[in-house]
Design a protein around this ligand. Structure first.
Ligand code: PLP
Ligand code: 3DJ
Length: 404
């Protein structure tokens, strides 16, 4: 048994989150793809079965009230809120991340221009800045949002953003962590810079919510979106969420006003009148089955502190990098993930020749990560269920595959 394997066992023995793993359905594979699809919490199937057989099957239409279906978007939003540092009443769940990026970005431009009333009119703001390294969907949506609002679109790396901000910038769309490299961006500093230029900051939290503290309220973030199927373990295609800072809610002018964001949805009135508060982020009928599966999945967070999750995430990624360095012959892989903790999310990305084929072989050997073109091996570390022994085994199998 190697020294690192012994060390891994000792680290697992000290791990205050170690018992959480039992709450998930896992087998003896090393699952390092929770940054794409989180594992299934073991109690979710029974809860979903109840939603289907009793709430839908027996109560039918009565469930909109009696089973709390109608208010699920804001109720589940309030369950996510503490995980991203938000007070209640600012998050609603529904739609995909892509759709929420659209709502948030167009609304941010309208807010920056004072279009929603009550704000200072500043029609001269005609630029959207977007993270040039973003997950593609955010870039596509930003292009469309720019066309619709008559803005020019400026793609920049997050580091280039502060120097490029100007009185013409309306909104900036950024990722808290880069999906490819795992680099964590400076949310407090960039948000402050965007505000100093009089613009609004929209953050995509897909790769950080549930993995590390976000501090939306503390850092004055204007609008944020995120998915729930990664570190929040909501299940494939589980609905995303949108955060609208409380102070902005009465001026938040959604580009997708639907009957679910109407002040009186059952008034069936032809004129749109926006609901109060975060409800303005709703659009149409919520996807109840997925949403209630997510609600059940969020139970695993009871009694868990996000700070403890962050501490374990950093310890896991540090340990994995140490094992890779010890086991993999020099020069065969290169870490794209920053060594500095302040710049690291919860994944390790290794550049490697033939990465697609290497990942196939890793998966065959029971180590599940993913491949991102053209040459990146991604390993996501979900602190609620990944162990130090997993990290050591993943590095060892990688070395065995790469060994000439
Ligand atoms: C940063 C980021 N934004 C958005 C998405 C996806 O958006 P959607 O939930 O609409 O598929 C992903 C991953 O799928 C992502 O990594
Ligand atoms: N959302 C996904 C899907 O529907 C299928 C496969 C993968 C995904 C992902 O989430 C990919 C992920 N956002 C990434 O960072 O690459």
């Amino acid at each position: 048994m190697s020294d690192l394997h012994v060390r891994a066992k000792a680290l697992d023995a000290e791990d205050e989150l170690a018992l959480k793993r039992r709450e998930f359905v896992l087998d003896d594979t090393v699952y390092l793809d929770g940054n794409s699809l989180g594992a299934l919490p073991a109690h979710v199937p029974d809860r979903v079965a109840d939603v289907i057989t009793r709430q839908w099957g027996r109560l039918r239409i009565r469930s909109w009230d009696e089973s709390g279906w109608w208010t699920a978007p804001e109720r589940v939003g309030d369950r996510i809120a503490p995980l991203v540092g938000a007070a209640p009443g600012q998050i609603v769940v529904g739609d995909s991340t892509s759709v929420n990026v659209f709502k948030a970005l167009v609304a941010a431009v309208r807010l920056a221009r004072g279009d929603g009333g009550g704000g200072e009119a500043d029609a001269g703001r005609d630029e959207i800045i977007v993270d040039a390294t973003t997950f593609p969907t955010d870039g596509y949506i930003a292009q469309s949002a720019a066309r619709l609002t008559g803005c020019r679109l400026t793609p920049l790396t997050p580091a280039e953003v502060p120097a490029a901000l100007s009185p013409r910038t309306a909104a900036v769309l950024l990722n808290h962590a880069d999906y490819r490299t795992g680099r964590l961006h400076d949310l407090p500093g960039l948000t402050a810079a965007v505000h100093a230029a009089g613009a609004l900051a929209v953050w995509d939290l897909c790769h950080t919510a549930g993995a590390l503290p976000v501090g939306l309220d503390e850092h004055g973030v204007d609008l944020a979106v995120g998915c729930t199927y990664k570190y929040l373990n909501g299940g494939p295609g589980s609905p995303a969420y949108i955060y609208v800072r409380e102070e902005l809610q009465d001026r938040f002018d959604s580009p997708l006003p639907g009957w679910n964001s109407h002040a009186e949805p059952f008034g069936m009135r032809p004129e749109f009148e926006a609901a109060e508060g975060a409800l303005r982020g709703r659009v149409g009928t919520p996807d109840i089955l997925s949403m209630l599966a997510l609600e059940a999945a969020l139970d695993v967070w009871d009694g868990v502190s996000v700070d403890a999750v962050r501490a374990k995430s950093l310890a896991l990624t540090d340990f994995f990098l140490r094992c890779v360095e010890a086991y993999v012959p020099q020069g065969l892989v290169e870490s794209l993930t920053p060594a500095a903790h302040a710049e690291r999310g919860s994944q390790v990305a290794l550049r490697c020749e033939g990465a697609g084929d290497v990942m196939k072989r890793l998966i065959e050997r029971g180590v599940v990560g993913d491949f991102r073109a053209p040459d990146v091996l991604r390993f996501g570390f979900t602190p609620l269920y990944v162990s130090f022994v997993d990290a050591e085994r993943a590095a060892r199998v990688l070395a065995e595959i790469l060994e000439p």
